[in-house]
Design a protein around this ligand. Structure first.
Ligand code: NDP
Length: 282
């Protein structure tokens, strides 16, 4: 790490990035670690992405996050990718190693780190609802973490089948694709259910089509939705005795991983979660 007295900058590029909760979380973590760093949110239109990445280099930024719509497109401007980012075909975190700008995907790693607080994923049967960007990141990372098998449930075949194929062929984890039709019954031998769809975003009463009676005692139920974090799925699962993980844990942990990559310092996850909860008015 360079002289901590010098202000260092990391950034988040997306469209739009106004009101990004990650900024509040990261700046709180810099304060807690007594690092005079700044986390900037920068709105970058797709046709200016190349220039924006060149600007990061020119201005000596230490790294950054990329959000929608840049997670895939940014790859062509990077000098290398982690194994997970290469398998996912998406990057949400970049950092410099000397002159080389490298891409990582911390979404799935953040999920797995949060999961480890309640369960070791090795050898487990996991059911994942959804096949978009979040599901791709989570399933690839779960595969790399040694889960025994994945049941991938998605409404559209167009997204579900290619992800199942990637998991079977490239990640090497036995994956069955199940088209989502009516209320999904969580299999009795499943250890973990993950809602990786966008159902529940900004709507605490939105219902994920799952048979609530299959959310049994001992099952771990995780939701990627962090706003609001107490989704209907999480509340139903808790009422049935399941162990629950909300989407804030995943968001905090992906931030913890990015922070360590950029600064070399372990941040305070409690301070980061508190900053997010304040931002969300919880
Ligand atoms: P995508 O748009 O890539 O994927 C959305 C997924 O949700 C698809 O599988 C889609 O199915 C499914 N879906 C949406 N609506 C329905 C519905 N009514 N019924 C059934 N399936 C539905 O989004 P992302 O994967 O990028 O993001 C998903 C969520 O994850 C977002 O809400 C995001 O905020 C959250 N997220 C949370 C993070 C965290 O740190 N906690 C990190 C990253 C994302 P189909 O293919 O059929 O359209």
């Amino acid at each position: 790490m360079s002289d901590p007295e010098l202000q260092q900058i990391v950034c988040c590029m997306g469209l739009p990035v106004a009101g990004n909760p990650t900024q509040q979380m990261m700046e709180r973590a810099f304060d807690a670690a007594a690092l005079p760093w700044r986390y900037l949110t920068l709105e970058v239109p797709p046709d200016r992405l190349r220039d924006a990445v060149a600007g990061m280099r020119a201005m000596g930024f230490r790294g950054g996050n990329f959000t929608i719509p840049h997670k895939v497109e940014v790859i062509q401007h990077l000098d290398g990718l982690s194994e997970a980012a290469e398998l996912m075909g998406a990057v949400n975190c970049v950092y410099f190693e000397g002159e080389r700008l490298l891409g990582e995907n911390t979404d799935g790693k953040g999920f797995v780190q949060s999961l480890r607080e309640v369960m070791d994923p090795r050898g487990k049967h996991v059911v994942v609802l959804g096949a978009g960007g979040a599901a791709r990141a989570i399933t690839v990372e779960l595969g790399l973490s040694g889960v025994a098998r994945i049941t991938l449930v998605n409404r559209s075949r167009e997204r579900g089948e290619p992800l199942a194929q990637l998991l079977n062929d490239r990640v090497g984890v036995a994956t069955e694709f199940v088209p989502w039709d009516g209320d999904f019954q969580v299999p009795a031998d499943a250890d973990l259910l993950v809602n990786a769809t966008s159902i529940g975003l900004s709507d605490a009463d939105a219902r994920v089509p799952v048979d609530v009676s299959s959310l049994r005692d001992g099952l771990v139920v995780a939701d990627v939705i962090f706003n609001p974090p107490r989704t209907r799925l999480i509340r139903d699962a808790e009422a049935n005795g399941a162990i629950t993980l909300d989407g804030l844990g995943m968001l905090v942990n992906q931030g913890v991983i990015g922070f360590k990559i950029w600064t070399g310092v372990d941040p305070d996850p409690q301070a980061m979660r508190a900053a997010l909860e304040e931002y969300l008015g919880l």
